[in-house]
Design a protein around this ligand. Structure first.
Ligand SMILES: C[S@@+](CC[C@H](N)C(=O)[O-])C[C@H]1O[C@@H](n2cnc3c(N)ncnc32)[C@H](O)[C@@H]1O
Length: 264
């Protein structure tokens, strides 16, 4: 069902080559093993613990994940690219798919609508996410962290972050990893949702939202930090990316969607 050539992969933390031990096991040169998910047939590349985060950050990351799962379950149409959402269609148009396309943080659904409704049938699509979500996906899939991609250097024509990297505790690492696996002539597409500080709070929040924990050090239950365009531009350039295209789409008085094309 999922068919990713073995030589596309490397070990997520050490970046060593992987050897197939048996149909359900890969091993890197340091002896770390990775299993095939028995139920759905994707490789499980999630590290037990990311070395880039402190204990406190790792705990906050787990709380963020718990909150993502609740919000996607309760309100998928608002929180992920579901159905023909105009902003998702605009992003799909912007990405201009071709070749090998890796969607980093592809979401809990079978396929995000920026791919579903804008696909180029000649391109080949791959997704990674920390969440297993609905299976099987309508594209290739492995379970992994965007900060530790299990792919070799310079592999993909296009890498995508559809409102995913902005949720990481370290988006800088996420962008560096995305650019590492992007071909030198390829590009990374990022969708950043920006909300101004004076945006009014919703008059009524649903009960499930009120019950979410805010992770230590985070600005809200879903974002470790919220970014302005200027600050995110700097995150990208500090990560070694060159912004060569940027579109801004005003959603309302307080919200803007920003689409970036970035190369290394
Ligand atoms: C707002 S959703 C967007 C999903 C999809 N791109 C879409 O637009 O429908 C953010 C996604 O990023 C994933 N994500 C968050 N942090 C991640 C990380 N560190 N590594 C990989 N995926 C992550 C979440 O699990 C979630 O599926």
């Amino acid at each position: 069902m999922y068919d990713i050539p073995l030589d596309f992969h490397v070990s997520p933390l050490t970046k060593e080559q992987l050897t197939k031990i048996d149909d359900a096991t890969l091993r890197d040169e340091s002896g770390n093993e990775f299993k095939l998910n028995a139920e759905h047939g994707f490789w499980e590349f999630l590290p037990d613990r990311s070395p880039i985060y402190s204990d406190e950050e790792w705990k906050s990351f787990q709380t963020l994940i718990d909150n993502f799962v609740i919000s996607y379950d309760r309100n998928p149409r608002v929180n992920v690219s579901y159905d023909e959402r105009p902003d998702a269609l605009q992003f799909g148009e912007f990405c201009n798919y071709h070749g090998h396309v890796l969607d980093i943080g592809c979401g809990p659904h079978k396929v995000p609508s920026y791919i579903k409704f804008k696909r180029n049938e000649e391109a080949k699509y791959y997704g990674i996410d920390i969440l297993v979500g609905e299976q099987p996906k309508e594209h290739n899939f492995v379970q992994a962290m965007g900060e530790h991609l299990p792919y070799r250097n310079d592999l993909f024509d296009i890498t995508i972050s559809g409102t995913s990297i902005l949720h990481y505790i370290s988006p800088t690492t996420g962008i560096q990893e995305a650019l590492r696996v992007t071909k030198p002539e390829g590009y990374l597409c990022i969708w950043l949702g920006v909300k101004s500080n004076d945006a009014p709070a919703p008059k009524e929040s649903p009960e499930w939202y009120k019950n979410l924990d805010i992770p230590d050090g985070a600005e809200n239950p879903f974002h470790y930090k919220r970014y302005s365009i200027e600050v995110f531009d700097k995150v990208i350039t500090d990560a070694g990316g060159e912004i060569f295209e940027r579109e801004e789409h005003q959603v309302d008085e307080w919200r803007t969607n920003v689409f970036y094309k970035v190369r290394k």
